[in-house]
Ligand binder design. Structure first.
Ligand SMILES: O=c1ccn([C@@H]2O[C@H](COP(=O)(O)OP(=O)(O)O[C@H]3O[C@H](CO)[C@@H](O)[C@H](O)[C@H]3O)[C@@H](O)[C@H]2O)c(=O)[nH]1
Ligand SMILES: O=C(O)[C@H](O)COP(=O)(O)O
Length: 303
């Protein structure tokens, strides 16, 4: 069964709700860091850095620093990012006294030790269809809505008609977990998007999974600390990225499930007979599926 449902509990904006001039005025003395975690992204990281630098650092003063965190790359990511004009740090060499772990979340956590922005914007390094408006779009709510701590991007994937497909792990792991355990997040159109922004003080207060659970954990923990009003999401238009093989995504799924189960150690159970899975049509229009999760008792008692 599916039903259209209207209304969205997370404050939602469009990237062009603010002009660059408005954002630069709202920014004032606030410092903004763009952080790009990158693992073997020599083919794309240069374009991500140079386009943001040309549009938002060299010609206007919206972004104060572009920092690439090289996450154990074995290709030319480090050198390409340096040539494109980023400050580049190897994750393993940041605060070596704290040890090192592989993973995207580790790179993002370590970024706090080498950046000084009051606001940190994260963008993936493997973007293939994107534009620099992602950055001002993500900054809009943080620079103008004081109650907001974390802003999530959302987007459509170019060339796709029909339902908004967030990606395989999004649809098969993240949204089901949200349905069962974290319903306050159900209005987020792209809960796993790598494009998001956060106040430094807030991110520094969060426990950060070292791997791919960093996105969902940050959302869950933001709501736990500050409620849904601390979240906002912004329509960034369209975005495309590199795709991991299905079997590699199994590792991502394990990390996200482990994080969710760790956060549900309070013993609360998912609903016993019905669950509501919120998916999205373009718009975004939420589409709720009401799903039976009924169990029959052992039949032997009735035989
Ligand atoms: O050990 C790693 C692995 C990845 N990355 C970088 O992280 C970004 C995203 O990684 P990717 O493997 O492309 O992730 P996706 O398969 O695209 O996963 C989606 O879902 C993940 C889980 O929420 C998010 O972390 C991603 O940003 C989001 O794009 C890229 O810049 C990677 O180079 C690292 O820095 N270190
Ligand atoms: O975001 C996701 O769900 C995963 O990164 C997989 O995305 P993909 O199916 O677009 O590769």
């Amino acid at each position: 069964m599916s039903v259209d449902s209207s209304g969205c509990g997370v404050r939602t904006a469009h990237w062009n709700d603010w002009t660059l001039d408005e954002l630069i005025a709202a920014k004032g003395d606030t410092r903004v860091s763009l952080v790009v975690p990158a693992h073997n992204e020599a083919g794309t990281v240069g374009g991500v850095v140079s386009r943001v630098r040309e549009r938002l650092v060299d010609t206007v003063s919206l972004v104060d620093e572009i920092v690439v965190i090289d996450s154990d790359s074995t290709d030319a990511t480090y050198d390409v990012a340096v040539s494109a004009g980023a400050d580049v740090h190897r994750a393993s060499q940041i605060r070596p006294d704290l040890g090192t772990h592989p993973g995207k979340g580790e790179a993002m956590w370590k970024s706090l030790f080498v950046t000084d922005g009051d606001v940190v914007v994260f963008m993936d390094a493997d973007l293939t269809d994107w534009d620099t408006h992602f950055v001002p779009g993500l900054l809009g709510p943080l620079l103008t809505w004081p109650e907001v701590q974390l802003v999530k991007g959302y987007y459509e994937r170019p060339g796709e008609d029909g339902p908004l497909d967030g990606g395989r792990v999004t649809e098969l792991v993240a949204r089901p977990l949200i349905s069962l355990f974290f319903p306050a997040l159900r209005d987020l159109v792209q809960p796993l998007a790598g494009e998001w922004a956060v106040r430094r003080s807030h991110f520094a207060s969060l426990s950060v999974p070292t791997g791919y659970a960093v996105e969902l954990a940050s959302l869950v923990d933001t709501v736990a600390k500050h409620g849904t009003s601390a979240l906002a999401q912004v329509d960034l238009g369209t975005r495309a990225h590199g795709h991991q093989p299905l079997l590699d995504l199994g590792s991502m799924a394990v990390q996200i499930l482990a994080m969710a189960l760790q956060r549900k150690q309070d013993g609360s159970l998912p609903p016993s007979d019905l669950a509501v899975l919120r998916q999205f049509l373009p718009g975004p229009v939420p589409l709720d599926r009401v799903i039976e999760t009924v169990e029959r008792p052992p039949a032997e008692g009735y035989l």
